[in-house]
Design a binder for this molecule. Structure first.
Ligand code: ADE
Ligand code: ZN
Length: 307
């Protein structure tokens, strides 16, 4: 690990709370679970297996205190890496699916955030393949909390089974309420998925790596300064890229697309934000100046003020 990367002030813009739960914290949540059961629950070898592991972790989160604990543990780790600002994605969609009361969960995570040195904002994320009625419910939760810690709505899950075009009206309603608009796109589906995310107003794209397949789209992202949130280890571990070497991060950067680096689900992918910067340097030849630019981008493209 390059020493200066760890101390470089960074913002984290693509980070799922529920994907940040380390095995030690899982044991704190449910002491009866053995190491083998935890390994089995969190193992995967492709994208659909990853989504199952993500759901497995979500099911362990039963009470507002559970959410508080995982927030505390995440923010402790971010502080050690000099992450000053974080837009953490909270899967409001999964809490609805679990029929939990979102209000008390949100109060609990906000309370933890207020005790941390990290300046935290929240992106409330819906499960896109659950459809428009579900995303509309998440939108209501986000709109109620706009300006009170929530900065954006997002869609995650399976982009093949939940195209962004389903959610145009809902995204317009969120925008009118003062929220920013986020979408995962171009992670497992092709450029058309990114075009759709742009067409419903997405201002940042989670992953977007398959944009590289469409020169017009690359030009659009560059011209409009729409950043892609690049999570290299995530893409390797889910199989979104076939091989580390095949990752388009360098080509996207060289084409002038604004980029930030992030971890996505650091516990499930066994990575850290500093490690992702280090990987970009080692594997893709990013220089210190270039990495410093990516760190500046992480503040510049924050949705919240204070970022
Ligand atoms: N939810 C958490 N991580 C995700 C990812 N990488 N893609 C889609 N949805 C997610
Ligand atoms: Zn993500």
């Amino acid at each position: 690990m390059i020493d200066w990367v760890r101390v470089l002030p960074k913002a984290s813009l693509h980070l799922h709370l529920e994907g940040s739960v380390e095995p030690d914290t899982i044991r704190e949540l449910q002491p009866s679970l053995g190491a083998e059961e935890i390994a089995a629950g969190t193992s995967f070898s492709d994208f659909s297996g990853f989504l199952k592991a993500y759901v497995w972790v979500n099911k362990l989160l039963r009470t507002p205190d559970d959410y508080a604990l995982i927030t505390r543990r995440l923010l402790e780790r971010l502080t050690l890496e000099n992450v000053r600002y974080a837009e953490v994605t909270l899967s409001a969609g999964m809490t609805l699916w679990k029929e939990q009361k979102f209000a008390t969960i949100f109060e609990a995570v906000q309370h933890e955030a207020s005790r941390s040195a990290v300046d935290v904002r929240w992106i409330l994320d819906a499960v896109r393949q659950f459809g428009a009625a579900h995303v509309a419910e998440v939108a209501d939760l986000a709109i109620e909390r706009a300006g009170q810690g929530v900065v954006a709505i997002g869609i995650g899950g399976d982009e093949e089974r939940g195209p962004a075009s389903w959610f145009g009206d809902i995204y317009r309603r969120c925008k009118d309420a003062g929220l920013h608009l986020h979408a995962h796109a171009g992670e497992t589906a092709g450029p058309e998925s990114v075009w759709q995310a742009l067409s419903i107003g997405a201002e940042r794209i989670g992953h977007g790596i398959r944009s590289i397949e469409d020169p017009e789209l690359v030009e659009e992202l560059r011209r409009r300064r729409i950043p892609l949130e690049i999570c290299i280890t995530s893409n390797v571990r889910t199989g979104a890229v076939a091989l580390l070497d095949a990752h388009p991060v360098r080509r996207l950067y060289d084409a002038g697309v604004p980029l930030v680096l992030d971890t996505d689900d650091p516990a499930l992918f066994e990575c850290t934000l500093s490690g992702e910067y280090d990987l970009a340097a080692r594997q893709f030849g990013f220089t210190r100046e270039e990495l410093e630019e990516l760190a500046r981008n992480s503040f510049e493209f924050a949705f919240g003020v204070g970022g």
